[in-house]
Design a protein around this ligand. Structure first.
Ligand code: FES
Ligand code: FE2
Length: 435
């Protein structure tokens, strides 16, 4: 249970608030690169409205949507070489916010030199466009492994939720929900016998490490020698969950638009453990995550949407003054403490964790991840095609083809492992990866 003041410290993200200032020390995805087009894209991040664009030179920019001349909107700006041009009188702005042209002012006028609009750095990595709202100098945009791996397929699903980001982050350190929400509840919805996520978590553990919190979970039949305990998977501070295994890896990135709205990016990489040549992708495709069915009810027959529903029904901001925290909520307590620790660093003028300033340390940041969670390529297909988000991906056919090829290759090379992950045949397989 928290006091109202503690709850507000952890959930408010506007400028000048403790969490808002912490979040402003990180780059956040604001759009998919594939969305950049003829006009800028209107977005909201940490309570601020922005338009984002890629100009004709390939330079990304993020500007205040309100033109400083007389208030027309840059949503309708012309995207040109060297920046964007307001549709009303043609004032032009570059990615630093500097006004560079005012067509109706007298020739030779220096008036434009004194006009600037609010601008933030924007960059692309892994097919996402990221923006940094914090103080200069900006840290490096992290090159986490999934964003820079080669020979793989990538897609990104997106959805905007009417709730605070902390509901979602707390779910990331809540392994017990897997067996109930994605197991018992799911089977109940479908009216079927226990099928997936049937294993009871016998032990859970959380350790703070360089990139956030490592989560460990043992289910019945596993020992502390299993990947699930020895390696686990990370919550990447401050707002990314990494899950997957068996050739499927995902970053779930939770971006606060404001105190009561959060944009989710489900960024998935498909790279079978038995390496085969993946088709070349020109761009990372984007798709909308289905939240409701035709009747307006939550699509709780989709595994990932089961989580989304639970976050929304907690209300715009969960009232943590009334919660009853049990032993099984140990991860949630740890995460709240970590946010407090890192907010205190920012308040003391220090960099919080996961702020990267050394280019040599940012070539490719490898994150720990258990390998066996979804078994072999064939096991993976069986599990995730049964109610997983991938059914809505434009890459569905490509992913099935890739994993089928990988499964055939694994069988050809090592028949003993055809039904299990190569090198991990002693691990009991059950579809118990976390969602
Ligand atoms: S309002 Fe934008 S150029 Fe006049
Ligand atoms: Fe979940």
């Amino acid at each position: 249970m928290l006091t109202q003041e503690q709850n507000e410290r952890l959930t408010q993200v506007g400028s000048g608030t403790p969490m808002g200032e912490l979040m402003r020390r990180y780059w956040h995805p604001i759009a998919a690169a594939v969305e950049m087009g003829k006009f800028p894209v209107r977005r909201r991040l940490l309570g601020e409205d922005l338009v984002v664009y890629r100009d004709k030179d390939g330079t990304y920019g993020a500007l205040n949507p309100v033109c400083p001349h007389r208030g027309a909107t840059l949503d309708l700006a012309l995207v040109e070489s060297g920046g964007v041009r307001c549709p009303y009188h043609g004032w032009k702005f570059n990615e630093t916010g500097q006004c560079t042209e005012q067509p109706a002012e007298p020739a030779g006028s220096r008036f434009k030199d004194n006009v600037r609009t609010t601008a933030y750095p924007a960059q692309e990595v892994g097919g996402l466009v990221w923006v940094y709202l914090g103080p200069q100098p900006a840290p490096l945009l992290p090159r986490y492994d999934l964003f820079v791996w080669d020979n793989c397929l990538r897609d990104v699903g997106v959805v905007t939720l009417p709730c605070n980001f902390l509901h979602i982050m707390e779910n990331s350190v809540d392994p017990h929900h897997v067996e109930f929400l994605h197991g018992r509840f799911y089977d109940y919805v479908l009216g079927r016998e226990p099928t997936f996520f049937t294993q009871h978590a016998t032990k859970i553990g959380f350790d703070t490490f360089e990139w956030g919190i490592i989560k460990r979970r043992l289910v019945k039949g596993q020992t502390e020698e299993s990947d699930s305990w020895k390696i686990g998977h990370p919550l990447v501070f401050p707002n990314i969950l990494r899950v997957g295994g068996g050739g499927y890896y995902s970053f779930q990135i939770r971006v606060p638009e404001d105190d009561v709205t959060t944009k989710l990016y489900y960024y998935t990489v498909f790279k079978p453990l038995t390496e085969v040549q993946a088709p070349r992708q020109e761009q990372v495709p984007l798709y909308q995550i289905p939240l409701y069915d035709d009747k307006g009810d939550f699509r709780v027959d989709v595994i990932e949407v089961q989580d989304l529903a639970m976050w929304i029904v907690q209300g715009p901001v969960a009232d943590r003054t009334k919660e009853k925290i049990g032993t099984s909520d140990v991860g949630i307590v740890k995460l709240r403490k970590l946010y407090e620790t890192e907010m205190a660093k920012v308040e003391a003028g220090l960099d919080p964790m996961c702020v990267i300033r050394d280019p040599a340390a940012n070539v490719e940041i490898e994150l720990p991840q258990e390998r066996h969670a979804f078994g072999s390529a064939a096991d993976f297909l069986k599990t995730v095609l049964d109610g997983g988000l991938i059914n809505y991906s434009p890459l569905l056919d490509d992913v099935i083809a890739l994993f089928t090829e990988a499964d055939n290759a694994a069988a050809g090379r090592s028949p003993a492992f055809a039904g299990g992950t190569p090198g991990l045949a002693d691990e009991p397989y059950s579809p118990d990866g976390e969602y």
